[in-house]
Design a protein around this ligand. Structure first.
Ligand SMILES: Cc1cc2nc3c(=O)[nH]c(=O)nc-3n(C[C@H](O)[C@H](O)[C@H](O)COP(=O)(O)O)c2cc1C
Length: 248
């Protein structure tokens, strides 16, 4: 076995390989738990989203959705509606109760280390640009307008052209401190596991509205972080997924 693999293989194993007695976490030191949602300037442009329950579904049988799910890299030119975007955000990071730690996706230790950004190209009544989801108030925070959004997001996706053709691209950043507070060096495997649940909920929910997605890990870290204006250390992109309508 290559020596480089050894530590990485250990990382994938049960967390019992770590002697937890040796860990000194910020929690042990009595520091406050980081919030599960990034703060924002209340004076920013905030777009209240319609209730996710108002969405019109094409398909609501889980059996049919599971059978249909696949990675889709071809999208038509249709816009997504704001109801559809609301539904997809709720399905991936929304709250299922009035509690920021109880969401539609599970998260180890209810840490919820992610923020969701949208690189928005074709959504009815919304200008092109970067937005951030605010799950606590089920709203979108307008981050910035981007004219050449297709070009920028394609670059962020390492040149994968189908990403630039999507109506909207979901980008999930991780804020590792949220997990490190409690789990120290165990936090990172948990974050990687959590990310899969989020993308899978997107895969399933898009199928139910006649849209498609494709998980993307082969992205350009620097270009993606710069597009979202995150610092690449305390917060950085970990996963992305373009979404667009499918069919004629
Ligand atoms: C973690 C992960 C990363 C992926 N990254 C990419 C990617 O960067 N580009 C791409 O075209 N597909 C990507 N895919 C999609 C896979 O290629 C796809 O899931 C696989 O070929 C199986 O096809 P299916 O999803 O249709 O069943 C990724 C999938 C996963 C789960």
């Amino acid at each position: 076995m290559k020596k480089e693999y050894q530590k990485l293989r250990e990382f994938l194993k049960s967390s019992e390989w770590v002697n937890k007695e040796q860990l000194e976490t910020p929690k042990d030191e009595g520091l406050d738990r980081p919030s599960a949602v990034k703060s924002y300037d209340k004076k920013s442009e905030i777009i209240e989203l319609p209730s996710p329950k108002d969405v019109q579904l094409d398909m609501d049988s889980i059996k049919k959705i599971l059978t249909k799910r696949k990675s889709r890299r071809s999208y038509n030119k249709e816009e997504l509606t704001i109801q559809e975007v609301s539904y997809l955000l709720w399905a991936t990071q929304g709250l299922r109760k009035d509690n920021i730690r109880l969401r539609t996706v599970p998260s180890g230790g209810a840490v919820h280390p992610f923020e969701t950004y949208l690189s928005l190209n074709r959504v009815e009544n919304l200008k092109k640009g970067i937005y951030r989801y605010l799950p606590d108030i089920h709203s979108l925070l307008f981050v910035k307008a981007v004219d050449d959004i297709k070009k920028k997001i394609t670059k962020a996706a390492n040149g994968q052209k189908f990403v630039g053709k999507a109506a909207v691209v979901f980008l999930w950043t991780v804020l590792p401190e949220r997990g490190e507070w409690k789990y120290d060096i165990l936090a990172h495997k948990l974050a990687a596991l959590d990310a899969g649940h989020i993308a899978q909920n997107l895969y399933l929910s898009v199928e139910s509205i006649g849209a498609g997605t494709c998980a993307v890990d082969a992205y350009n870290q620097k270009a993606a972080d710069e597009l979202l204006e995150v610092n690449g250390e305390d917060e950085f992109v970990m996963y992305m997924a373009p979404v667009g309508k499918i069919g004629e």
